[in-house]
Design a protein around this ligand. Structure first.
Ligand code: PDD
Length: 292
C-alpha cells in the first residue's frame, strides 16, 4: 500500500492541513521522545475495541505521569474519521500525546501543556487470512517498560528496519532466551494444540488484539497459556502467528535465525485459522462489518 499523509490532523485544539500543523523545537516529544501514543482500528468507519484502546492510553499516561485530559478524545476520534471522509473505509486512528514545550531538562517540569496530535488514515485491513509470512529473529534491546506505549521506539525501529531490508514482514524478539513479541505486534505459538503467549508485564506491550485473542481462546475451549516460550522449545512448535491492530492475525511460515530457518508447514495451521475465524466473527459482532 502506498504511504501518504492524512488530509487533516488535529493538533492542540485545531484541525489543520498537515503542512500547517507545527510544534515547537522545544517540545519534549521531539527532544526526548517524552510522549505516548495509541493506534485504534476501524472497519468501514466503525471503531473496533475503542474502549480498550482508550483504557490503555490512560494507563500509558498514568505510568509516565503525563497530565492530559482525554475526556473529549472519543468525540475527536469520530470527527477525525469524518473529516478524513473515511466513514466507509477501513483504517486507523493515530493519537500521540507528548509532554509539551519546556526548556530542555532531563526531569520534566511541574507545569506544562501536553501536545496532542490525532488523525485518521486509511489502511488495508482485509485479506490477513491469506497471509503467510517470514519473520526474522532479533535480540530484544528494548527497555524494561515495554508495557508503556511510549513513542521512544529506537530499539523497535532499528530491528524492524533490518527486517525490512532483509525482505521480512516483521522481526520477533528474544530476551534472556525467551521470545517476547514483535517490533509492532504480539507473538503467539501453538504447541500440542495449546496456544502460548508471553505474559503481560514489563517486557511486552499489553496488545489489545492479544488480549482479545486470549478471551476468544478461553470462550471457545482453546487451551491458552500465558507463559514465555523458551527458544529451546521451538522444536515442539507447530504454528506461529503475530497479532496487532493493523496486523490482525498473521500466520508465520518461517522463522529466520542467523544460522538456520525454522519452517512451520506449507499451509496455515488449524489453530491459527480457527482464531482468525473467531476474530472475524468478533469484528462482525462489534462493528457489523464482514471481513471474511
Ligand atoms: N503497534 N507489541 C508492540 C511492541 C506494538 O507496538 C504493538 C502495536 C502490539 C500489538 O498491540 P495492539 O494489538 O494493541 O495493536 C504489540 C502499533 C499498531 C504501532 O506501533 O503502530
Amino acid at each position: 500500500m502506498k504511504l501518504s499523509y492524512p488530509s487533516k490532523v488535529y493538533l492542540n485544539g485545531e484541525w489543520l492541513k498537515p503542512e500547517a500543523a507545527k510544534i515547537s523545537v522545544f517540545d519534549r516529544g521531539f527532544l526526548f521522545g517524552d510522549g505516548i501514543y495509541e493506534v485504534i482500528p476501524f472497519y468501514c468507519g466503525k471503531l473496533f475495541l475503542l474502549k480498550e484502546h482508550l483504557e490503555r492510553l490512560r494507563y500509558s499516561l498514568k505510568e509516565v505521569e503525563l497530565k492530559c485530559d482525554i475526556s473529549d478524545f472519543e468525540a475527536l476520534i469520530l470527527k477525525a474519521i469524518d473529516l478524513a471522509e473515511l466513514n466507509k473505509d477501513d483504517g486507523a486512528i493515530y493519537i500521540q500525546v507528548s509532554r509539551g514545550m519546556a526548556p530542555r531538562t532531563h526531569y520534566f517540569p511541574e507545569s506544562y501543556d501536553a501536545t496532542v496530535l490525532m488523525y485518521a488514515y486509511k489502511t488495508n485491513l482485509r485479506g490477513f487470512q491469506d497471509q503467510f509470512k517470514d519473520v526474522v529473529v532479533s535480540n530484544d534491546l528494548r527497555w524494561h517498560r515495554c508495557d508503556i506505549k511510549s513513542v521512544s521506539l529506537m530499539a523497535n525501529i532499528l530491528a524492524n528496519t533490518e527486517a525490512k531490508k532483509g525482505g521480512f514482514a516483521e522481526n520477533i524478539m528474544i530476551r534472556d532466551g525467551f521470545f517476547t513479541e514483535g517490533s509492532h505486534s504480539s507473538l503467539f505459538f501453538v504447541k500440542n494444540d495449546t496456544v502460548y503467549t508471553h505474559p503481560n508485564g514489563k517486557f511486552i506491550l499489553p496488545g489489545i488484539t492479544r488480549n482479545l485473542l486470549i478471551k476468544l481462546c478461553k470462550d471457545n475451549d482453546i487451551e491458552i497459556v500465558e507463559k514465555g516460550l523458551p527458544v529451546s522449545a521451538l522444536d515442539e512448535v507447530t504454528e506461529v502467528f503475530i497479532t496487532g491492530t493493523t496486523t490482525q492475525i498473521t500466520a508465520i511460515k518461517n522463522l529466520h535465525f542467523p544460522d538456520k530457518i525454522v519452517h512451520f508447514g506449507d499451509e496455515i495451521g488449524k489453530v491459527t485459522k480457527r482464531l482468525q475465524q473467531l476474530f472475524s466473527e468478533e469484528v462482525k459482532n462489534q462493528t457489523g462489518v464482514d471481513i471474511d
